[in-house]
Design a protein around this ligand. Structure first.
Ligand code: SF4
Length: 474
């Protein structure tokens, strides 16, 4: 027994992957998600298993859990536990599609509202609420999705009131937010949402030209001015109540936006928005019918995003605070082992930490799952027992197909990436991913490399990224 214990305390080298980053600097990441930046000489020592010749290298490998011994085994386990914490979490993000209709006809509408005419009934809404409180853990986020949610205001109101009321007994950490184009927002609705602590999220694609090219009303009118005015109206309302709240904003990036990333950043700054999320467009819903005009290669998106990031770094250097949310999500994973951004979970968080309730009471494993006409990502209905829905073979078979460890084991960026089975299915016609060929994974890899370049340079950009990490963005 003593001999066994001694053997188990010996230093061991665990599986690792190496990626050259820039100027003779390399990223090495280990199976337990720890990582270090190495020089070419250190990489050579590691590859030939002569790392013990350099005490400095040994320390880096030990700190990152790439070599393991009695001194660091607890710390390595802690990093691994942190990165994978979501594995043991019940659903926390509950998205409710209250209607598939909308008064807008955005060119890329992922929800496909051009075909929609349905709204959720109050009866279904109450079943959804019961399902959420039965399946949820200590944290519940209810997110109203559409279509345009304000077209089913009755149900938004009902769910919000009942959720807050129920929570007096359940005492969960309850967050509620609504995604809306804001066109129907008035003082009465805003008062209700503010009184019930409901966060508001909207879309602004950048400059007037880009926004109006993509986002138009059902009658074909521009929408930029309305969005801008409603955002100002909400901001002024919050201020009049002495509340330090903000509207969350997303930018969906189509081909039309690629040529001028600075214009998008400048528009956000002009409107006083401090967090910008540059999201690639997806081929769901109404985007499918005009996909060739909307899309681009992963490399083209990356060049756009990189130019935006360089500009954002420059602005921050000049004292103007603005964060890019996509970079923030990755950086939080790398530095803080943040395990809760659904799209960066492996296995996928869809059907585990996130669920979508459709207007007709169908439960899907994700928001995107309801956008596939075949309904292959439907995992149950709100009439069923949540435990049975969550453990159904329809659900489990999808998330078990999505382990990054099996598919990307030789990438140094593996520990922080995730798989989106619905996007994979839409692009590749199967839920068994060919991950290296998937456009979002290519974008993720390019973004990771860029962020690690900044980390390896060890200058202002790294300090700023570390500063972003310490902020909590909901
Ligand atoms: S993207 Fe949103 S606002 Fe635009 S048509 Fe679709 S649901 Fe309506």
């Amino acid at each position: 027994m003593a001999e066994l214990t001694q053997t188990s305390l010996k230093t061991r080298l665990l599986p690792y992957a190496i990626e050259e980053i820039k100027d003779g600097k390399f990223l090495v990441s280990g199976y337990f998600s720890g990582w270090a930046i190495l020089s070419e000489e250190e990489v050579s020592l590691l590859r030939s298993e002569r790392h013990h010749e350099s005490p400095a290298l040994c320390k880096k490998l030990e700190d990152s859990g790439i070599i393991i011994n009695s001194r660091n085994v607890e710390k390595a386990a802690e990093i691994y536990r942190g990165t994978n914490r979501n594995l043991f979490s019940p659903p926390s993000l509950h998205m409710i599609n209250v209607t598939n209709t909308c008064n807008y006809r955005c060119r890329y509408c992922h929800a496909g509202v051009s075909q929609g005419k349905d709204i959720m009934s109050e009866k279904t809404a109450l079943k959804v609420l019961k399902f959420i409180f039965q399946s949820g853990g200590p944290c519940i986020t209810i997110e109203f999705q559409g279509g345009e949610c304000l077209l089913n205001w009755k149900v938004v109101r009902l769910i919000t009131e009942k959720a807050r009321e129920l929570n007096k007994a359940f005492r969960k950490d309850l967050h509620i937010c609504i995604v809306s184009n804001l066109s129907l927002m008035d003082e009465e609705k805003l008062k209700f949402l503010t009184d019930h602590d409901v966060a508001i999220c909207t879309s602004l694609d950048g400059s007037r030209e880009i926004h109006d090219a993509n986002r138009r009303t059902a009658l074909g009118q521009d929408t930029f001015q309305t969005t801008k005015e409603r955002m100002r109206f909400i901001k002024d309302y919050y201020r009049s109540r002495g509340q330090d709240r903000k509207v969350d904003v997303l930018a969906t990036i189509t081909r039309a936006a690629l040529s001028d990333p600075k214009a998008i950043v400048d528009m956000y700054i002009e409107l006083g928005i401090k967090t910008l999320h540059l999201r690639p467009v997806h081929n769901f819903g109404d985007a499918l019918s005009r996909w060739p005009q909307l899309t681009y290669t992963p490399e083209e998106f990356y060049e756009f995003w990189k130019e935006a990031m360089e500009y954002i770094f420059k602005l921050n250097r000049n004292g103007i605070d603005i964060i890019e949310r996509g970079a923030y999500n990755i950086i939080r994973r790398i530095f803080h082992n943040d395990a809760y951004y659904v799209e960066l979970m492996s296995p996928t968080g869809m059907g585990r930490t996130a669920l979508l309730y459709n207007y007709d009471g169908a439960v899907f494993n994700s928001d995107e799952g309801r956008m596939i006409p075949e309904r292959i990502f439907q995992i149950g209905t709100v009439d069923e027992d949540p435990k049975e829905v969550l453990t159904s073979k329809e659900n489990v078979s999808v998330w078990t197909s999505s382990f990054m460890d099996l598919l990307s084991y030789n990438s140094a960026f593996r520990p922080w990436g995730g798989i989106h089975p619905v996007k994979i299915y839409q692009d590749q016609g199967t839920i068994i991913p060919n991950i290296s060929e998937h456009s979002e994974y290519k974008i993720y890899t390019l973004q990771c490399r860029y962020l690690f370049e900044k980390i390896a340079e060890d200058g202002f950009e790294k300090r700023l990224l570390l500063d972003w990490c310490n902020k909590i963005i909901k």
